[in-house]
Design a protein around this ligand. Structure first.
Ligand SMILES: CC(C)(COP(=O)(O)OP(=O)(O)OC[C@H]1O[C@@H](n2cnc3c(N)ncnc32)[C@H](O)[C@@H]1OP(=O)(O)O)[C@@H](O)C(=O)NCCC(=O)NCCS
Length: 162
């Protein structure tokens, strides 16, 4: 188990378990979390359950839970996307703004590298206005490498009907 000292307690990283399903559902649907994801839609329980059950046994996905004492403070997920591994982090909203994000990212990434030893780069895609995430990833050892431009397609009414 990877541990980071914070005062007299510590953040610990462990593998995700079946009974983490409710926490991930609640965190993912919290408005302050949702707004920062590229898909910011509310997720239904059925959709979440299907996603969770698939991801937990997917050999291309690793999800870890960060704990602080008895509390679950967040999760970090790594998904093999072919050319790169994509990382996504999500804190328990009760732990926002306490500076634990960078520890979760660093400890989670160290754990993932130790376990999977990936030869591919690890990418975090972050919205430009998500300053807390930009800073947390930088503090955890990630460096800005390139920008992604998305073509702003104008959909006309005819296309919308099809
Ligand atoms: C992103 C996330 C993990 C950040 O974790 P956090 O520990 O709550 O981050 P903090 O609020 O402590 O902010 C991190 C840093 O950014 C700074 N910061 C935050 N908002 C800021 C703003 N609007 N302007 C300037 N600095 C800001 C903080 O002061 C802090 O700086 P410090 O490390 O020097 O103290 C967490 O907010 C989260 O789970 N968000 C929802 C999901 C998400 O956005 N995931 C990332 C998508 S990959």
């Amino acid at each position: 188990m990877i541990v980071e000292s914070k005062g007299c307690e510590a953040i610990e990283i462990r593998e995700i378990q079946d009974d983490d399903i409710n926490d991930l559902f609640n965190w993912r649907n919290h408005p302050d979390v949702r707004k920062n994801f590229f898909n910011s839609d509310l997720i239904s329980w059925d959709e979440h359950e299907k996603w969770f059950k698939a991801k937990i046994k997917d050999p291309y996905t690793s999800i870890y839970i960060a704990c602080f004492g008895k509390d679950k403070v967040g999760s970090i997920r790594f998904e093999d996307k072919g050319d790169a591994v994509k990382v996504s982090v999500m804190l328990n909203p009760d732990f926002f703004g306490k500076g634990v994000g960078s520890s979760v990212i660093r400890l989670g990434t160290e754990r993932f590298i130790k376990e999977k030893n990936p030869y591919k780069p690890i990418h975090a895609e972050i919205k430009r206005d998500n300053i807390a995430s930009l800073k947390a990833f930088q503090k955890a050892g990630f460096e800005e490498s390139h920008l992604i431009f998305v073509y702003k397609r104008v959909v006309n009414s005819q296309e919308r009907r099809n």
